[in-house]
Design a protein around this ligand. Structure first.
Ligand SMILES: Cc1ncc(C[n+]2csc(CCOP(=O)(O)OP(=O)(O)O)c2C)c(N)n1
Length: 363
């Protein structure tokens, strides 16, 4: 039972016509959480929402949760691997991916290729590869994984470290036609099973096709299991997609199908790096909130991961929750982060200049 209580600041006086009454309601609610737990508190809230709806109060609860990680530090499971080694390996992959794309372009300037997508997704991929994605073996049919298309260089970099690709292969990134003459295999720009049948499961280069396809695959796996045609009960479908990719109509159009069919064999990881590569960037530093609303509204469970563990110490020292809790409200589209954490750094830097910031938070 999660009985932590965080009291957000009271609303400003001009927005609250009866602060005394507000305080009493809050106190009563906190008491329920502490004494009877989150489930009971949720039940009561459901009752109130039903009352409001039945009386046509023209009000709905906010779908956005606070701008913090959904799983709080103190309820996180211990990391099941060796973080230091995994970080080091991810750094090697980032470097190799960068070197591969840069070398290909030094030789043929028109080749193109992306480096920043994988740079931001590397840790997400690595956690997937090391701890979640299940390979096919005698006892398991294997998971299905849809990779963020422009991150392909990182998957090649990983395959190189695993010995599945060699240096000659990496030297033929985006050069599938000339590669065989050099005794190498060419590496396609984006995941593509037709060009690399033993490497990629799904083509995802056309943004939006990966997301919708992952939903229908998850549903079909359920269908196979339910009709006892194939046991897919242990198999999952994973998708790592870009925040820009969520703008594609195909990405969104089957979201409610997934929740209606209760596809808990499907997990999407949306890499909100606010980059959108060569696409138009909206002035929206709050894309995570925007997507949270959309997904929750469509009936999905949403787990937000916003702050890396490097921030844990700083947040823990902010016991009043006064300094960092309002941080997101300082956000503007101007904080377009590139690299991803710059927006946060900008906000924290401006906070650090606040004269009343306690010394304990200045270090
Ligand atoms: C259907 C489609 N339209 C346009 C493109 C061209 N395109 C390639 S990457 C990109 C932006 C990707 O943004 P995002 O999903 O946020 O990924 P990231 O910035 O992390 O690479 C666009 C528009 C594409 N690949 N597919």
């Amino acid at each position: 039972m999660n009985t932590r209580i965080f009291n957000p600041p009271f609303p400003p006086a001009n927005l609250d016509e009866d602060p005394q009454e507000t305080a009493e309601w809050r106190e009563a609610f906190n008491a329920v959480v502490l004494q009877h737990g989150a489930e009971r508190a949720g039940f009561l809230l459901d009752q109130l929402v039903a009352l409001a709806h039945q009386n046509q109060l023209d009000w709905s609860p906010e779908l956005v949760t606070p701008y913090v990680n959904t799983i709080a530090v103190d309820v996180q499971s211990p990391f099941p691997g060796d973080l230091a080694i995994e970080e080091k390996i991810a750094s090697l992959m980032r470097w190799n991916a960068l070197a591969m794309v840069a070398r290909a372009n030094a030789a043929y300037g028109e080749l193109g290729g992306h480096i920043a997508s994988y740079a931001s997704a590397a840790d997400l991929f690595e956690v997937g590869f090391n701890h979640f994605f299940h390979a096919r073996n005698q006892h398991h049919g294997g998971d299905l994984v849809f990779f963020q298309p422009h991150s392909a260089p990182g998957v090649y970099a990983r395959a190189f470290l695993e010995g599945r690709l060699n240096a000659q292969d990496l030297a033929h990134y985006r050069q599938e036609l000339s590669a065989p003459k050099a005794g190498a295999r060419g590496l396609s720009s984006y995941p593509h099973p037709w060009l690399m049948p033993d490497f990629w499961q799904f083509p995802t280069g056309s943004m939006g096709l990966g997301p919708i396809s992952s939903i229908y695959h998850a549903r079909f796996m359920r269908y196979l299991s339910h009709r006892q045609l194939l046991d897919c009960s242990q198999r999952k479908v994973w998708g790592v997609f870009g925040d820009g990719e969520m703008d594609e109509p195909e990405s969104m159009s089957a979201l409610t199908l997934a929740s209606r069919e209760k596809l808990d064999n499907l997990v999407w990881v949306v890499n909100c790096n606010l980059q959108r590569l060569d696409g138009p960037v909206r002035g929206n530093g709050r894309i995570i909130d925007e997507l949270e609303k959309l997904f929750r509204g469509a009936g999905w469970n949403v787990v937000k991961l916003i702050w890396g563990s490097d921030w844990d110490g700083l947040f823990a020292r902010d016991t009043s929750k006064r300094w960092f809790a309002p941080l997101p409200t300082r956000w503007t589209g101007k904080c377009k982060p590139s690299p991803p954490r710059m927006g946060v750094l900008t906000a924290i830097t401006s906070l650090a200049k606040t004269p009343s910031l306690p010394n304990s938070l200045k270090a």
